[in-house]
Design a protein around this ligand. Sequence first.
Ligand SMILES: Nc1ncnc2c1ncn2[C@@H]1O[C@H](COP(=O)(O)OP(=O)(O)OP(=O)(O)O)[C@@H](O)[C@H]1O
Ligand SMILES: [Zn+2]
Ligand SMILES: [Zn+2]
Length: 868
Amino acid sequence: MFAKVIVDVPAKQTNRPFDYTVPDSLSPWIEVGSRVGVPFGPRILQGFVVGLSDRTDLSPKKLKPVDHVMDLYPPLTPELVELAHWMSRTYLCHELSALQAMVPAALKAKYERYITVNEEEDANPWHVTVSGQDEIVRYIKEKGSVPLDSLLQRFPQESMWIKEQIRSGVLNESQTIKNRVSKKKALTLFPPEPVSQLEVYRELVPPNAKRQREVLDFLLQNPEPIRLTEVMLKLNVGAGTVKGLADKGWVELKEVEVLRDPYAQRNFPRTSPLPLTEEQKRVFEPVRQAVIDSKHEVFLLHGVTGSGKTEVYLQAIQQCLDLGKEAIVLVPEIALTPQMVERFKGRFGDEVAVLHSRLSTGERFDEWRKISMKQVRVVIGARSAIFAPFTKLGLIIIDEEHESSYKQEESPKYHAREVAIERAKAHGASVLLGSATPSLESFYRTLEKEPVAAGASAASRFASSWASSPVPRQGSFFEEEEPPPEPEKPFTLLTMRQRVQNRPLPPVRIVDMRDELKDGNRSMFSRPLHAAIAERLRRKEQSVLLLNRRGYSTFVMCRTCGYTLQCPHCDIALTYHQSTRMVRCHYCGHAERQVTSCPSCDSDHIRYFGTGTQRVEEELGKLFPGIRVIRMDVDTTSEKGSHEKWLTMFRERKADVLLGTQMVAKGLDFPDVTLVGVIAADTVLNLPDFRAGERTFQLLTQVAGRAGRHQLPGEVYVQTYTPEHYSIINAAQHDYDGFIRTELETRLACGYPPYCRLILLTLSHEEIPFLVRASESLAKRLKDLAGQAGLLVSALSESGGAEGMEVLGPVASPIPRIKDRYRFRCMVKYKGGREVSELVGKAVAAFDEMCRQEGLQISVDVDPQLLM
Ligand SMILES: Nc1ncnc2c1ncn2[C@@H]1O[C@H](COP(=O)(O)OP(=O)(O)OP(=O)(O)O)[C@@H](O)[C@H]1O
Ligand SMILES: [Zn+2]
Ligand SMILES: [Zn+2]
């Protein structure tokens, strides 16, 4: 047998599978998705098996054998291996980095595996009949434990048998992971077999050993293995009491592996499904039907804040479980609060595994093992949970689907939404995207339109370019031609316009900060917001204050009239570069001199912007002596568990104000919050990013949604210097449809997504002249290839609805130097199918040699979210 292996050498020329022979002793262990060690040049390197075949196009004699296999069970499924291949083509990344993104960090640690004989099973000798196999068991028993590798070397003919015994439990596998993570063990109490023996022992207990009798009584009623510590706690007995029983041989005490459960100490009160409201029923029904029919469909659930989306998710998952299928729930990292976890654990209990970055490596490893060992059927987690190794997926839910954190910013630069759709296709599963403010990209895909993207002509051109691509897949496993991409099926839009129990959405007041300044108020709090906070303090209600600080504080704005410097070509805010005292456009490279007075009103109140949460906190303290403020930002939440701590404190009403960056905007549900204040709505609006309007609308809508979710009505104040901006007006009116209409028009006019797609190429090098030459030559290469393919246009809008691509740049990157490397970028704007990304891949591949020899780096970001 031959294995196709993607080897751990992240270089373009090795971004393809290599063939190896599989020695007979290893063949039962090697599956598609296995990690193996293979000889590569003079070394043994790690790799992933991506295909198995009984023939090879190369001369078998020249092939080297697989050296060893790293896991008893492959960490990846064949479906995930295929997905990695898809990712490498879609995101132009190495297949290896896609594969590695799917494996949890703890598995990548070095470890050794030992085989021991399971003593219990040994009592059933029918497992061991054949004499040669008897010998294996004897051999292991003599040694106590044997490393798997040496066992296989000693009994090369029996490796299949060994594998079966491990699967059936006759042999045990244990791993010691060096350095990092080990499995946690706990002393566990086992009742005797049969349990009725306990009745006998009970009579034998000396009359004065009351405690021992209590333990036996407890076991009679609860004849399950139980942890020693738990017995001690429950019955208030000492360890000596239980050990005494074990010494007599009446019960057994053994070390047993326990999976660390980060939520073990917490009790999640069980909840049952709520009767759905009319609106919930209407959106739930088609999702339920698709799950039952195993029909792949993508739903976009647009439900206003507090409309009860989560209850719809829960019941859709229940439907999945009833059919014996599995479900993945993605939430943004910062929304993965205990409150959120509680709602899923409360409904599905131990069926739920939780994956997020605040878990320790060991905890993450355990949660992942619960998934791969099929102990759970629901996973809730941040972006990378999309790779949960389920095999019977019925539904993938993505909450707050508009969040930019679903895009990974390092390689592989994938978007979890697109990966979810691809996985769901493979499983005949559905995808449910939910948000109060769906992204333009997703909303656009619910609109009926001509199937432009991957039409027939694109498909045929694509097929021919693939045939000559530098990454041929050989062997029977990949024999079939890659099918042309299917035309995109539109998303199904589901809408919920009402909050549960018809609670009103809070009224939003826009406060014009220019007026405040005119009237001599230079504080960061306007008079109305000041009064509203004072009122909450009097009424003993709570407030949430949002200061979005994630943006860059470098946009230039006039404090008198609200004017911001815009690029004349791009309709995008210019950023200020202190080093050169120039303002610059990051899209087209346009630059002009720093201004000292406002070009619009001549005022010299021209500033670049930025206020920190800390300053707001100080000012609150001055304005309202004695006010209790909880500040949540990256500085106060870096410690493990701090996030939870602050939120619990706030819920317990130990503070009057929760002040924070956008982490306070999402998912929180506190009954006593009746005021939400946004300190400066413009900080996002003025980022030099075509999504600035969208992000502003989303943030304002989300944070406004925190107020008045329960009995007490809420209100919202939004402070801004640009009260006339449609993003702010539409958010204040809770008018998503109005916002979408205007924003789609703007994007169409400027030629930005969703009307086209982007690929961002960033080049970096230590020397500027070299970098400039390389960047220009890459841009030229892109244009040449596009010209040959008949795709090149000078402005995409000229091509109308048809395919085409435009190459912008090169220009210096917004962060022109990182780690002593200068950075330049080119942007490809295009309409059409995969032929463009194939073409970009080819253009970049031509620079391979330069990258290797001269230290050039090129990073490719398909569908970039952050353009900074
Ligand atoms: N069918 C129902 N009957 C009664 N109460 C419900 C029902 N569905 C949801 N709720 C309650 O309504 C409140 C809001 O629901 P939920 O948090 O699910 O809304 P959401 O749409 O997810 O909101 P957001 O987008 O703001 O996070 C919750 O307290 C929830 O328990
Ligand atoms: Zn001005
Ligand atoms: Zn510009």
